[in-house]
Design a protein around this ligand. Sequence first.
Ligand SMILES: *Cc1c(COP(=O)(O)O)cnc(C)c1O
Length: 447
Amino acid sequence: MTNIDLEKLKKDFPLVEKMAEGEEVIWLNPRGYNSSLDKVVLPFGSAEIDDAEARLLRFAPLIREAFPETREMQGIIESPLNEIPAMGEILREAGIDFPGKLYIKMDSHLPVSGSVKARGGIYEVLKFAEEVALKEEGINIRSEDYSLLLTDPVRSIFSRYSLAVGSTGNLGLSIGIMGAKLGFKVTVHMSQDARQWKKDLLRSKGVTVIEYRDDYQKAVAEGRKLAEKDPFCHFVDDEGSKDLFFGYSVAGRRIKRQMEEMEIPCDEEHPLFVYIPCGVGGAPGGITLGLKEQFGENVHIFFVESVQAPCMTLGMMTELHDGISVRDIGLEGKTEADGLAVARPSKLVGTSMKPLVDGCLTIEDQGLYAFLYALDSSQGIRIEPSACAAFKGLDLWEEGEVLRGYIADNHLGGKMGTASHIIWATGGNMVPKDEMDSYIKKGSVMI
Ligand SMILES: *Cc1c(COP(=O)(O)O)cnc(C)c1O
């Protein structure tokens, strides 16, 4: 499909050489940082984020009713932000000498589906349900109480519609759990990387799971093709959905309120650094949009990918976006971090993130397990391997020229002592205990 001259690419972008060898890299976005912009220019308006936030509020009574674990939060699907000083100490002992305080955003423990996909995925299902409800004469949701959508007559109308999605696992879980709860027929097209327990769990909820021996992009393409033939089917397009994107972006407003409550400052004197694992880009991209809307240039955002699947780094660096795949530089895209096993990035995300993201880092699989073990033993927090990639972002703070340049260009000199760092833990709470135990064991022998 693409015609990439690898030798020329390596000449134009020296990092490609290392990436092709599967080495860990740090890429700083020449447009993201060193910008003299007073205000960060957002690729989309705040109106879309307002709309998503309002829709989630309208659906809160339904969520509260359908998922008892959200009762305390009044049907708002949100996760805690916790300080993790003991983990910080371990990292510093290991030579990662970051200044300031360390926090974890526990999307790993989001209610309903235990991953960051509970933001975007559930939002897209709700938006579709609202569209159907407004269109179908048998449903009256003007009564304002959306929990009425959970009744049998409505479910039987919803059952004429279906949802389809291609996924490495967690997006499928979110769409499947929420879609099945509302009565939609759901089909999840799963890539080979997807874990068995995720497929089993979905099947137990009546979701159709189709497995592919190929990778994630193939699962998405097949799912899209099948869905196009069916006018009653809504395809959740992980590679290009704006609904997913805006669902994720609401996180920015929510975390700002949490930070205010916890008295965590983010302003000119108190920089905020956020590290987010990245697969196809939707989740970290949407969150970045939301954070930039709230904090502008005082927030610094870094994506972390697998060394075997650095698709977003490659796409943004070369500005070829979805015109380049990690296969073009000889990588397979295979990693034990199932959420990050993506070979080609989303164009929607890459192009809109190019001016916003400050940089990308990559991590080898074994590092994931080491962080996983360290977090469990220091803080008793268990997250999945993909989510652990975020910790690699702190590698920025290993002494070096790269870092000094970044600090100077961003006028951060003298301010780093009051910095905050947020590890965005993207998943983990639904991992079965024996599987999690085996991850921890794996990490324990690495330390
Ligand atoms: C999906 C996922 C990611 C990456 O999100 P993208 O939208 O694919 O970039 C990271 N971590 C976990 C646990 C995920 O499920």
